[in-house]
Design a protein around this ligand. Structure first.
Ligand SMILES: Nc1ncnc2c1ncn2[C@@H]1O[C@H](COP(=O)(O)OP(=O)(O)OP(=O)(O)O)[C@@H](O)[C@H]1O
Ligand SMILES: [Mg+2]
Length: 744
C-alpha cells in the first residue's frame, strides 16, 4: 500500500494524534490528559508500524500497566493487523522480565523453573528471618520491613548499600540485615519476588552485555503506556533496551501519577528529554471520553494541585448531566442507593456492565457488595479476597509449585504437613536450620533425612513425604499426564478432600473451590495447547494481578479501588465515600505531597466516567470496626458548585474548602465517664448526652487530643455533633456520645 493510502486509514484521528502515530523514529514523549486518546494512539501507532513494514511484529515491545490492558492491546492490534499481530510482545513490565529471565536467568544463577513469591510468601519468609535473628516483630513489623525492601529495590539499592545508608540508625541497620538474608534465602529457594523480576533483569543486562545486545537488536520499537507510574528500575530497564535504536515512545499523564508511594516517579517524565536527546514531545488536549460537566469537574479538582505541568482538557462532547452528590445516613444506605440507581438505570435500558463503583479502600467494598447481592445485581469485585488467596487453593497451588521446583522452601513448608502426616513444626524447623547451615534447600536435606541425627525420629515420615513429591514430579516429567490429570493425582495421593471434610469448616465450599481450580487448569490447557506446561500455568497465576479477573464481556457491574481503575472507562461511575478521612484517606491528610497524590487519584476516578458521575458519602460510616462521622471530602468542594446536584440528605456536614485537615473523627467506643453538667445554659441551645451538656465556648479535656474549646454544637438525632478547637491537635468534629472528653 502506498504511504498516503495507508495514512488515510488514520484520518478518524485528530491532527496531533496522527502526528504521534506517524512519528515512528526516535524518542517520543506523549504527555496528555485523561481520555485524550493516549492508549488509542499507541495501538494505532503499532498498527501503522506493522502496516508500513518497518519491522517484524516480534520486534515491537509494548509495555502496559496490567495483563488485561496488554491483552486488549494485542486484541486491538490483531484486529487491525491480522497477520503476525499476536507475535508482538505486549505485556506488563513483570511478565516481560519473567519471559527474559526464564530464558537467560541461568546466567545469573537461577533455573528456568524459578518460583515467584507473592506477598504471603514474602511475609512468611521475613517472619522466619526475624525469628532467626531474634528481632522483635513489634519493633520491626513484617509489613514495614517488606516495604523498605521493596523501596530499596525500586531504587536498585543492594543490602550492602542499604546498610551504608543506614548510618548509625539501628532500626535501618536491622532492616538491611534482614534484606541481606532475605535475598540469599530467595536465591537458595530459586525464587524471586515481584520487584526482583525487574532488578534481576537489569542485573542480567548489566552482567551479560551479549544478552542486552540481543534484546536491544530485537526490539526496534518500544512503547510504554501509563509512563507516569514507572519507577526507577523500570525506567532503567526500558532505557537500556532502547539505547540502540532509540525508537522509544512513552505516553503518560503527570496528573494521573498515583503510585508515587511505591517509587513511581514523575521525574522519569522530566528526565526523559535528558536521557533521550532530541526527544519530540506531543501534547493531546481534546478529551473524547467524558461529558463537558465531568471534564470540568475533573479540571476543577486537579487545578488545586501545585507543581503541575499544567494543561487544560476540552471536549466537543455534550454538556451532559450534572454530577450527583448523594448523602446517605450510613454506609449501608449509601450501598443501597448505589444498588437502586443501578436497577433504575437497567430498567431504563442500560446494561449492568455500564456501571462501575470505585472506592478508596477495599474495606469499603463489603457493604456495597452485600447490597448488590441482595438486589440481585450481577457484579464482580476486583481485588478483595481473590480466588487464588483462599487457603485450599494456596495449598493446591503450593503442591504444584513444589512439583515444579522442590527447592521452594516456603511452599514446601506450607504443605509438608498438610494434610497432617506427623511432621511437626519442630522437625521442620530443624530441617530448615540444617538447610540454612549448608546453604541448601529443605528438600535436599529431608531427602537424606536419615543422615542427620536431629531428624532421625521423623526420618521415615520425611522420606515418605519426599517419595510422594518425587513420585508426582516423575509423573509430571514423564509427559504421560496432562496438567489436569496431574492435579487429580495430587488430590488422590494426598487425600486432600478427605482432609477438608474432616478437619476444616465449610468443607463444601472449599471442595467447590478445589474443583474450580481444576476447571481453571482445564481451561488453561485448552487455551495454551502445547505451551500448557506446569511452569507456564504457575507463571500465569503468579502474574495475575487483581484487575485481570475483570471480564468486560460479561454483563455485570464492577467494583474496584480507584487505583485499579486506571486507564479504564465506563458510561456510569460511582465514587463512594467522598469524605474527609476516607478519601482523602486519614493517613494522607497531614502531608501536602500525599494529599496531592490523593487529588490525582480523585482526578483519575472522575475521568473514568463517560456520561454520568455519582459521588456518594455517608453521615456515619462503619469502617474496619470503627464508626466515624466525617465531613464531606474537600475534593467535592473543589468541583465548581454549578456542576453539582445534591440529593439525599441536605449537606448537614457542609464544610468550607480547606477546612482543617484533621476534621474527621473516629469514635473510640461509648464509655461515658462524664461529670453531670451543672451549668445548664438555656440561652445557647445546649447539647445533652449522658448527663453532659456542651455549649459553645466550653473548655474541655479530651483523652487523646488534650485541651480544647467547643466552637459549635449541632443536634443530630439522639446525639450532638461538636466542633472542638484543640490547642495542639487542631479542630476536630466529634460526636458528644462517643467522645472521651470532659468539661474543665
Ligand atoms: N480521535 C478520536 N475520535 C473519537 N474517539 C476517540 C478518539 N481518540 C480517542 N477516542 C476515544 O476516547 C476514549 C479515551 O481514549 P483512550 O482510552 O485512548 O484515552 P487515554 O488518553 O489513554 O486515557 P487515560 O488517560 O484514561 O488512560 C476511548 O473511548 C477512545 O475510543
Ligand atoms: Mg490510557
Amino acid at each position: 500500500m502506498v504511504q498516503s493510502e495507508l495514512k488515510k486509514q488514520f484520518s478518524h484521528m485528530n491532527n496531533m494524534q496522527q502526528q504521534a502515530v506517524f512519528c515512528t523514529e526516535g524518542p517520543l514523549l506523549i504527555l496528555a490528559g485523561a481520555g485524550s486518546g493516549k492508549t488509542t494512539v499507541l495501538v494505532n501507532r503499532i498498527a501503522y508500524i506493522l502496516q508500513s513494514e518497518l519491522c517484524k511484529p516480534w520486534q515491537i515491545l509494548a509495555i502496559t500497566f496490567t495483563n488485561k490492558a496488554a491483552g486488549e492491546l494485542k486484541e486491538r492490534i490483531c484486529n487491525a493487523v491480522p497477520e503476525g499481530g499476536s507475535d508482538i510482545w505486549a505485556a506488563t513490565f513483570h511478565s516481560t522480565c519473567a519471559r527474559i529471565l526464564r530464558r537467560y536467568g541461568d546466567r545469573i544463577g537461577f533455573t528456568s523453573h524459578f518460583t515467584v513469591y507473592g506477598t504471603d510468601d514474602q511475609k512468611k519468609l521475613v517472619k522466619d528471618i526475624l525469628k532467626q535473628l531474634n528481632y522483635d516483630e513489634k519493633m520491626l513489623p513484617v509489613k514495614r520491613v517488606l516495604n523498605e525492601i521493596s523501596k530499596a529495590k525500586d531504587e536498585m539499592l543492594t543490602p550492602q548499600e542499604m546498610l551504608k545508608r543506614a548510618g548509625y540508625d539501628n532500626l535501618k541497620q536491622s532492616v538491611a540485615k534482614v534484606y541481606e538474608i532475605y535475598q540469599s534465602r530467595l536465591k537458595t529457594a530459586d525464587a524471586m519476588d515481584f520487584d526482583d523480576m525487574l532488578c534481576k533483569t537489569v542485573e542480567l543486562f548489566q552482567k551479560c552485555p551479549d544478552i542486552l545486545e540481543f534484546y536491544q537488536n530485537q526490539f526496534k520499537y518500544i512503547m510504554v503506556d501509563e509512563y507516569q507510574d514507572t519507577n526507577k528500575v523500570q525506567y532503567k530497564f526500558v532505557s537500556m533496551l532502547a539505547a540502540k535504536y532509540g525508537n522509544i515512545c512513552v505516553v503518560g499523564d503527570d496528573d494521573q501519577s498515583i503510585y508515587k508511594f511505591r517509587g513511581a516517579t514523575i521525574e522519569n517524565i522530566l528526565s526523559f528529554e535528558n536521557t533521550f536527546k532530541g526527544a519530540k514531545m506531543i501534547r493531546l488536549e481534546q478529551n473524547y471520553r467524558s461529558t463537558q460537566n465531568i471534564l470540568n469537574a475533573a479540571n476543577g479538582v486537579i487545578s488545586n494541585n501545585t507543581m503541575r505541568k499544567g494543561k487544560t482538557l476540552w471536549t466537543e462532547n455534550a454538556v451532559g448531566d450534572k454530577i450527583e452528590v448523594h448523602t446517605s445516613d450510613s454506609e449501608r444506605d449509601e450501598a443501597q442507593f448505589i444498588a437502586k440507581t443501578i436497577l433504575d438505570g437497567v430498567a431504563d435500558g442500560r446494561k449492568f456492565s455500564d456501571f462501575a463503583i470505585l472506592y478508596r479502600m477495599n474495606a469499603q467494598s463489603n457493604s456495597i457488595e452485600q447490597a448488590l447481592s441482595r438486589s440481585g445485581i450481577p457484579h464482580r469485585v476486583i481485588g478483595g479476597r481473590r480466588f487464588y488467596d483462599r487457603e485450599e487453593i494456596r495449598d493446591m497451588v503450593a503442591y504444584l509449585q513444589v512439583i515444579n521446583n522442590p527447592h521452594d522452601d516456603v511452599r514446601l513448608g506450607r504443605i509438608i504437613n498438610v494434610p497432617k502426616r506427623g511432621i511437626g513444626a519442630t522437625t521442620l524447623e530443624k530441617a530448615s536450620e540444617i538447610a540454612a547451615g549448608l546453604g541448601e534447600s529443605i528438600y535436599s536435606v529431608i531427602k537424606d533425612a536419615d543422615v542427620y541425627p536431629q531428624l532421625s525420629r521423623a526420618a521415615t515420615k520425611l522420606k515418605s513425604f519426599v517419595a510422594l513429591i518425587d513420585g508426582l514430579m516423575e509423573a509430571e516429567q514423564s509427559g504421560d499426564y496432562s496438567l489436569a490429570e496431574l492435579y487429580n493425582l495430587i488430590l488422590e495421593h494426598t487425600d486432600y478432600e478427605k482432609y477438608l471434610k474432616t478437619e476444616k469448616d465449610n468443607p463444601d465450599v472449599r471442595i467447590e473451590n478445589i474443583e474450580e481450580l481444576s476447571s481453571n487448569i482445564i481451561k488453561f490447557e485448552e487455551d495454551y495447547a502445547e505451551e500448557a506446561s506446569l511452569s507456564n500455568f504457575l507463571e500465569e497465576i503468579s502474574l495475575q494481578t487483581d484487575i485481570d479477573n475483570y471480564d468486560a464481556e460479561a454483563d455485570s457491574s464492577v467494583m474496584m479501588t480507584l487505583h485499579s481503575a486506571k486507564g479504564l472507562e465506563f458510561p456510569v461511575v460511582f465514587i463512594a465515600g467522598l469524605e474527609e478521612g476516607v478519601f482523602p484517606s486519614i493517613a494522607t491528610m497531614m502531608n501536602p505531597d500525599e494529599l496531592n497524590e490523593e487529588r490525582r487519584l480523585a482526578y483519575v476516578g472522575i475521568t473514568r466516567a463517560k456520561e454520568k458521575l455519582y459521588i456518594t458519602k455517608a453521615k456515619s460510616r462503619m469502617l474496619m470496626g470503627h464508626t466515624s462521622y466525617n465531613k464531606v471530602s474537600r475534593f467535592v468542594n473543589e468541583i465548581p458548585p454549578e456542576l453539582l446536584n445534591y440529593t439525599g440528605e441536605k449537606k448537614t456536614f457542609a464544610s468550607t474548602n480547606g477546612f482543617s485537615a484533621s476534621s474527621s473523627h473516629i469514635s473510640i467506643g461509648a464509655g461515658s465517664k462524664f461529670t453531670p453538667n451543672k451549668s445548664f445554659n438555656t440561652f445557647t441551645k445546649p447539647a445533652v448526652k449522658s448527663g453532659t451538656v456542651y455549649k459553645k465556648g466550653d473548655c474541655v479535656f479530651h483523652k487523646v487530643f488534650g485541651k480544647g474549646m467547643i466552637m459549635k454544637t449541632e443536634k443530630m438525632g439522639n446525639d450532638t455533633m461538636l466542633e472542638v478547637a484543640f490547642d495542639k491537635a487542631g479542630t476536630k468534629t466529634l460526636m458528644a456520645n462517643f467522645s472521651k472528653m470532659e468539661k474543665i
